[in-house]
Design a protein around this ligand. Structure first.
Ligand SMILES: [Cu+2]
Length: 313
């Protein structure tokens, strides 16, 4: 090796160290605690409740949000008042299903860490048996792994919303009914027509944005059984990103299939004031409850679709 090669080699080694330093310097460890709670939750705009199984008492569970490269320091608590074992399955994690994702009994805790290695929008859910029942009763949520930077193909949004599709079953104690897929309603964010005052006069909320704003929807299909044909009535998805990965960019999509257990990110811009209706275009599902209205107006509440208001309770 001559002197130039030696110096070049040494420089490259130093550069690699510097790059590694840069890559890890801003990576954080994010502590996440979730508690499995068996509690009643509201399933329609009239206030009807069902005996749900939840993360932290809400359906869906809390939004977990980190940046690519962050380490999630996770603890699951199974509330001692519960009657059932529960677990966690993070689709953003690469671990051992028999260890980290194993169920724990009421009163127990499970702790593990994982590094986020892919950007995007990922499902999390309980995986305790019968898994279909634990999901149908409400044990699901989303973890968003933001990329380190925006790009031309993945621009900074003006507003962000989370929508999670799932099924409601008439009798959540009836595992056979759930396994047969005999749901009564397909819903977004746990409630029938939660953001649809057009079809349900008891609905009080909609999603909002201004005309021309870039609205980013993080969509999860929790299932447990139905596919989603995700569509914006009177809109066109500007871009769609399967699994929410900025490298998976599709342009000008009208409808995109998102299977149970999958997730995707969708960008929407309305050039005009008025409304779009976000649905699964599988109409037997939409017309039982999976419709969310987004209202575009110049006086759209600036607090909506930002910060903690990306999942509207
Ligand atoms: Cu569970």
């Amino acid at each position: 090796m001559n002197r130039t090669q030696t110096i070049t080699g040494a420089f490259m080694a130093l550069s690699a160290v510097a790059l590694l330093g840069a890559a890890t310097a801003d990576a954080k460890t994010v502590k996440v605690d979730l508690t499995a709670k068996e509690v009643p939750t509201v399933i329609d705009n009239k206030g009807t409740t069902q005996m749900s199984w939840t993360f932290d008492g809400d359906v869906p569970g809390p939004v977990v949000r980190v940046t690519l490269g962050d380490t999630v320091d996770f603890t699951l608590h199974n509330d001692k008042a519960n009657k059932n074992s529960h677990s966690i399955d993070f689709h953003a994690a690469r671990v051992n299903v028999l260890d980290q994702f194993a169920p724990i009994k009421p009163g127990e805790t499970k702790h593990f860490t994982f590094e986020t290695t892919k950007p995007g929008v990922f499902y999390y859910h309980c995986g305790a048996p019968n898994m279909a029942q634990h999901i149908a009763r409400g044990m699901f949520g989303v973890i968003i792994v933001d990329p380190k930077k925006f790009s031309k193909e993945y621009p900074k949004p003006d507003r962000e919303y989370v929508l999670i599709q799932s099924e409601l079953y008439p009798n959540v104690d009836d595992v056979d009914q759930i396994m047969a897929g005999k749901w009564s309603n397909v819903v977004f964010n746990g409630t029938v027509l939660k953001y649809d005052p057009v079809h349900d006069p008891n609905a009080t909320k909609t999603l909002v944005a201004k005309p021309g704003e870039l609205v980013r929807v993080y969509f999860v299909n929790a299932g447990p059984n139905e596919f989603s044909a995700f569509h914006s009535i009177a809109g066109i998805w500007e871009r769609a990103y399967p699994s929410g990965n900025p490298e998976n960019v599709l342009y000008g999509m009208q409808t995109m299939t998102v299977g149970p257990g999958d997730a995707a990110t969708f960008d929407l811009i309305s050039p005009v004031p008025g409304g779009n209706a976000i649905v699964t275009h599988s109409l037997k599902a939409a017309l039982t409850g999976a419709i969310a209205v987004i209202v575009f107006s110049d006086d759209a509440d600036p607090a909506m679709g930002r910060g903690d208001n990306i999942l509207i309770r």
